[in-house]
Design a binder for this molecule. Structure first.
Ligand code: SF4
Ligand code: SF4
Length: 458
């Protein structure tokens, strides 16, 4: 990462709040948020053609219910939920289905996708609004499922599943993740400033759906304006608190956030449900509010377009299915010294090579980084400095895990807990030898998980 002095704001704001809440390990990359943090959301006009992959979520791809030549309206279901862990997809534009083909995606693998030519027509098919005060927990879950809402924090897990804890798990608190600890991204920050009441309404609906009295919003202390606004807005809800957390990567990782807010540790292989917590992203809470209160399905993605390699950084609302290339053009195009395009944040995002790939429901950002920002230094042998071990928030030994993966000693890596790794990239960031630790660990983790699946089928 660049150490450009213009990004020193983090040090100034860090002392604005009295805080101690955080977790062990982690790092302090330059947050680079100054490029977009003061830019309000802009709504990008509909592109002429959109491409909507059937895999917008974790789980089974949605099943198309339209075919070539079908006319569609805004909000109409074009692919239905296909199993418990799946999610329906709605058309974000009115127009005509051109084809269903395998398309490039921002996750790196081609997936079947519905291509729609958009028209000038603006006919909508919305669901009927529900009263947030009288809606029942089951009605909230059904609406969230029918609206095709998936987690906005990156994993794109169907949200209604996360609102359906097993009956034997007692939930104590619902937490909204307002950390946005990845550098550059300011989407959640803008949401906290621009849609404060809607996100609190979404949190109250989440609390009702899972039957908890207590809600909390965790925000890093580099966002003082958002903290002030949220604190004012929650005054009328005595059961909701705003928790100010130390700015540190990866504070927004679920396990780290739960530890900082509740003091509880989620054991390896367990879920937030297991320690009585339901956790949702800020954008997800807003989508829940919009689905219940306005009857809107999830049709758009809110994202930050940033980096020193893009001419006009922006925070944008775009229809899902908009090609990356059109968004980059809308932002004034890329500069000559642009070296890399990443979807997501610089720590956990995915490098892009095909800009026809479309935005998905959970896309949070597009970064265009210059050579200085990419900082691709040559790899040297391990110095045995232990920095990666000290920084790992999950107490793993990244240096050993990466070495075992590179030597294809997958069973030994499994014994050392490689599957617990959340691929946060903290170890790689700290490594003075520039060893691509997380890349090796990701490779080893995939192999170990394949071995585990094989064992289950024997
Ligand atoms: S990527 Fe995995 S091993 Fe590396 S710091 Fe993050 S959790 Fe630890
Ligand atoms: S930080 Fe890098 S150089 Fe230091 S022990 Fe870990 S892998 Fe080796």
């Amino acid at each position: 990462m660049s150490s450009n002095a213009v990004y020193s704001k983090i040090e100034i704001d860090m002392f604005s709040f009295n805080h101690t809440k955080t977790f062990k390990g982690g790092i302090h990359p330059s947050d680079q948020k100054v490029l977009t943090e003061n830019l309000s959301f802009e709504v990008m006009p509909n592109p002429k053609q959109i491409t909507i992959p059937l895999t917008q979520h974790l789980g089974k791809p949605a099943k198309p219910i339209v075919k070539k030549g079908s006319e569609v309206k805004v909000g109409e279901i074009i692919a239905e939920q296909n199993g418990f862990i799946s999610s329906p997809i709605h058309s974000p534009v009115a127009g005509k289905v051109l084809k269903i083909i395998a398309s490039a995606t921002v996750i790196g693998f081609p997936k079947d996708a519905i291509v729609i030519e958009s028209s000038e027509a603006n006919e909508h098919v919305l669901m009927s609004p529900l009263d947030p005060e009288t809606v029942t927990p089951q009605e909230i879950r059904d609406r969230v499922r029918d609206a095709g809402i998936v987690g906005q924090g990156g994993a794109a897990f169907p949200t209604y599943v996360k609102l359906s804890p097993p009956p034997d798990k007692k939930i104590d608190v619902a937490i909204l993740n307002g950390c946005e600890c990845e550098p550059y991204l300011t989407r959640d920050y803008r949401y906290m400033l621009e849609r404060t009441d809607d996100l609190i309404s979404g949190l109250r609906l989440i609390m009702k759906a899972v039957g908890v009295e207590k809600g909390a919003i965790g925000v890093e202390d580099n966002k003082p304006e958002a903290i002030n606004k949220l604190k004012k807005a929650v005054k009328k809800h005595s059961n909701i608190s705003v928790e100010v957390l130390k700015t540190k990567y990866p504070q927004g990782a679920e396990k780290m956030l739960i530890k900082a807010v509740t003091g509880k540790e989620v054991p390896p292989g367990k879920l937030p449900f297991d320690v009585g917590v339901v956790i949702q992203n800020i954008g997800t809470a807003i989508a829940i509010n919009d689905a219940v209160v306005k009857g809107e399905p999830q049709l758009t993605a809110a994202l930050t377009v940033s980096g020193l390699g893009i001419n006009k950084p922006k925070n944008l609302i775009v229809p899902i299915g908009t090609p990356l290339a059109e968004i980059l053009d809308y932002c004034g195009g890329v500069k000559e010294n642009a070296a890399k395009v990443i979807v997501g944040g610089p720590m956990m995002g995915v490098a892009q090579y095909d800009f026809s790939a479309p935005v998905m429901k959970a896309t949070s950002g597009i970064l265009v980084l210059t050579e200085d920002e990419v900082n691709d230094h040559e790899e040297t042998p391990c110095l045995r400095c232990g920095k990666c071990v000290d920084a790992c928030p999950l107490n793993l030994t990244p240096t050993k895990l990466a070495r075992l993966s590179s030597l294809e000693k997958f069973e030994e890596a499994e014994q050392l807990g490689i599957t617990v790794c959340m691929e946060c990239g903290t170890c790689t960031y700290t490594c003075p030898a520039n060893i691509p630790l997380v890349q090796w660990i990701r490779f080893g983790k995939q192999k170990v998980m394949a071995l585990q699946r094989e064992r289950q089928t024997i």
